[in-house]
Each structure stands twice: as C-alpha cells, then as structure tokens.
Design a protein around this ligand. Sequence first.
Ligand SMILES: Nc1nc2c(c(=O)[nH]1)N[C@H]1C(S)=C(S)[C@@H](COP(=O)(O)O)O[C@H]1N2
Ligand SMILES: [Mo]
Length: 249
Amino acid sequence: MSLITRRGLLLTGAGGLLAGCDAVGSSEAGRDWLFKAEAVHRSLQRAIMDRNALAREFSAADMSPRFRSNGTRNPDTPEYRALAMNRFADWRLVVDGLVARPLRLSLADLRAMPQRAQITRHDCVEGWSAIGKWQGPRLSTVLDAAGMRDSARYLVFHCADSLRGGAYYESIDLIDALHPQTILAWAMNDRILPVANGAPVRLRAERHLGYKQAKYIMRIEAAASLGAIGRGKGGYWEDVAGYEWYAGI
Ligand SMILES: Nc1nc2c(c(=O)[nH]1)N[C@H]1C(S)=C(S)[C@@H](COP(=O)(O)O)O[C@H]1N2
Ligand SMILES: [Mo]
C-alpha cells in the first residue's frame, strides 16, 4: 500500500516537476502540496518500515526477456575504453576513505569472495520496471575486508561516467550497505555484466529505486558526511534534479 502510493507520488511528483508540464507541479501551490505530501509519506514510511526487510525475489520464469539500459550506456572515456578493451583485467575497485585497510580489488578478487545471486525488480522513476538476476559479493564482505572506521556513516560510489551535470555518483547509509541484498554485481542474467548495464561492476541495493543502482563503479569511499562530495546532496540526480537521497521502495 505505502509502496504503491509512494511510487505514484514519485512518478507524478518528481517526474512532473522535472518535465515542468505537470498541472500540479507547475503551480507554486501545487508544488508546495507535493513536497508536503512527500515529506509526510517519507516519515510515515520510515516509521512503519523495517529497513532490514528483504526486497521481493522472483523466480527465473519471471525474468524480463530483455533488461533495458538507462542513463549512461557506455562511459566512453579514454580510460574506460582502455579498461573495457582488456575486459577489465586492469580495473581495480578502490575502497578508501574512512577504512583501516584501503583496498584495490580486481574482478578476480570479487569473484573469489562468497557470492550472492538474486532475481529482483528494478524500478526506474522514469516509469519502467524490469526483473533481472544479479550476482556478486555482498558489499558487507568487501567492507569487512577494508575495516570501516567508527566514524564512517555513508558509502559513496564513484562512477566512471559523466552526464551533463558532472560525474555520476551515488551514496547509501550503513543500514543499506550492510543489507543482505546489497551486492556488487559483476554478472547479470547469468552472464558477465554488459557495458550497457554498468560493467565491470554495479551496485544492487534492492530496496531502492533505479538511480541508486550505481553503474561503472571505480571507487567506494567510506565517509562521515555527504556535504563535501559532489554538490552535497549525496548523488548525481539528487544534486542536479532534486531527486530524494533516500529512494527506498
Ligand atoms: N554510473 C551510472 N549509474 C547509473 C545511471 C547512470 O547514468 N550512470 N543511471 C541510473 C538509472 S536512472 C537507472 S534506472 C539505472 C539503469 O540501469 P540499467 O542501465 O542497467 O537499466 O542505473 C542507474 N545507475
Ligand atoms: Mo532510473
């Protein structure tokens, strides 16, 4: 119930405001109303929501025949092209910031860790969903290896691509970072993750909307706050378009 209502709000709210042609969103009063309704929903949802609850998992029969790509389809920088040419053998995932042991992990390192696979539904605020299968180590396994410091509150995902507003990045808090379904996916639908969907590794934080699922991850930074990163709102779309940082579903 809250899920459907919330999603409805996100679509008519954020989408309408962005497009600038939504009847409610285009008037000053309507805008106030939308933001107030949003805030009420957010606090209600937080009050009744178990942050550790699992997102629904589906069976292989439910998988979408095709999982589309959205946003960047190829970072297409000289650095990324060189990495892709070599099938990401030279890529290293940097894990740094507020950690005891900064890491540089290869794809082989990530594949050697205990793996989790999950078939889940991805929901994009632009109005489409797809069910896909994801596999990779849990983010918590990687964070355990790095040893997070007590001062760490957020994990920031720095991506290889840039859109018009600058470099893509995203962030989540520790509850989501340690959630069992939060994984660093290097495989999708039983194949190596394609470039269009975020190769070599993307985040799957299954209790969140699509824009939180950072693709093309180059670096994971443990941070005490988000204010000094990007334009301070915790993510690319949060910074440039006012998307909510907490995009729980
Ligand atoms: N680095 C990066 N991550 C990203 C994006 C992007 O443009 N760049 N788009 C986001 C959005 S809005 C969605 S819906 C999903 C799309 O994932 P897909 O390309 O696998 O469909 O990735 C998210 N993560
Ligand atoms: Mo999206």
